[in-house]
Write a protein that binds this ligand. Structure first.
Ligand code: MRU
Length: 359
């Protein structure tokens, strides 16, 4: 049995409510782009790839029963709904990447004059559904590359890997990115142990990654974020693997808050630090991490847990949801479905792979 965070059949979309995990498994129906926007904002679904997939599938559901008078109307409807979905959370680029790609496609179809309204609608629904299917195979191939890269370090002996936040089945269409690499090592009997951080303030590690690791019976231990350096010093960690919300031209990478300090600690302890993400997490429009907009979440997500206060009343809170790890700290490389690359070459590699795909 695998964890199914997104359940989709044409016309029906349900998501596992991640606010209730690990204590309750309950699905929420997403009937249109507005309910998807709310679920993304509230973080009932989260993780850069999953946000984009749920956003696009919600539009697939909405389009099914929508009537249009002309092809231009379909085109502007699709583009404006996609842009609306982008506005739910600003840092993860995958929804924006999907919005740009599919807006261009729908415009091309509308301009071609050979397509009728119904066929454009159907083509867009097919595309959104294909994106959902492709994400799993992308994750499996990047996980293969990540697994190989880590086994090169250990000379094929079992590895000990540390990860941060949640990058597994719950953050993607399935299998996962950084957690996919861990899963792959485990499948090949080459994982000695996985360490996952709690990931304060929202506890994606304690609630979601720990849940996935237990579910998959992967040998693993939960640690508080403040224990990372100690664990690196004493537990003989082979490598750190984390996910990404946005990788920019120079390889600087935005990911869950706390990633940056883990990368600094890894450098100090000489532990290779890898970022694992699909090519859709790459943003060719930004040169450096300085340009990335970092989402700030409400203070109460930090000062209380499930409505129970855990901080002194009246204290000011600063709650950035992400930070940027400079490329020079990504010492292991960036793991993608095309292979593992040094951050400084990621721009040219991904651009040329994408150009090849267009041909
Ligand atoms: O705020 P979240 O839970 O959406 O943040 C998730 C992360 O930062 C993940 O590491 C990232 O999206 C990669 S998910 C494969």
């Amino acid at each position: 049995m695998t964890l199914e965070a997104i359940k989709y059949q044409r016309g029906h979309l349900d998501i596992l409510d991640q606010l209730l995990l690990p204590f309750k498994s309950q699905y929420v129906s997403i009937n249109d782009t507005e309910s998807a926007w709310i679920a993304i904002k509230k973080m009932q679904v989260r993780g850069a790839p999953a946000i984009a997939i749920v956003g696009c599938l919600s539009l697939a559901v909405e389009l099914l029963n929508q009537d249009f008078d002309c092809v231009d109307e379909v085109s502007s409807y699709v583009s404006s709904k996609l842009e609306y979905l982008v506005s739910a959370r600003p840092t993860a680029v995958n929804m924006k990447e999907a919005a740009d790609r599919y807006s261009n496609l729908v415009k091309e179809l509308a301009l071609s004059k050979t397509e009728m309204v119904e066929s454009i609608k159907q083509k867009m629904i097919d595309e959104f559904e294909q994106m959902f299917i492709d994400d799993v195979s992308t994750n499996k191939s990047l996980s293969d590359f990540g697994c190989e890269a880590i086994l090169d370090i250990t000379e094929q002996k079992p590895a000990k890997v540390l990860t941060h936040c949640n990058t597994g089945s719950l953050a993607t269409a399935g299998y996962g990115t950084a957690l996919g690499v861990i899963r792959k090592l485990h499948e090949r009997n080459t994982l000695e142990h996985a360490y996952c951080t709690e990931t304060r303030p929202y506890n994606q590690g304690a609630r979601l990654t720990a849940y996935e690791l237990v579910f998959e019976k992967i040998p693993s231990t939960l640690i508080c974020d403040s224990m990372v350096s100690m664990v690196m010093k004493t537990k003989n960690i082979t490598a750190v693997v984390v996910g990404a919300d946005r990788v920019v031209q120079n390889g600087d990478t935005a990911n869950k808050i706390g990633t940056y300090q883990i990368a600094i600690a890894a450098k100090y302890h000489n532990i290779p630090f890898f970022v694992a993400c699909p090519s859709t997490t790459f943003d060719p429009n930004m040169k450096t991490g300085e340009e990335i907009i970092i989402e700030e979440r409400p203070a109460n997500e930090m000062s209380s847990i499930k409505g129970v206060p855990i901080a002194a009343e009246g204290i000011n809170c600063y709650n950035p949801a992400f930070d940027v790890t400079p490329a020079e700290l990504i010492t292991g490389g960036i793991i993608t479905e095309f292979g593992v690359f040094k951050p400084e070459s990621i721009y040219s590699v991904i651009s040329s792979e994408k150009n090849q795909r267009k041909k």
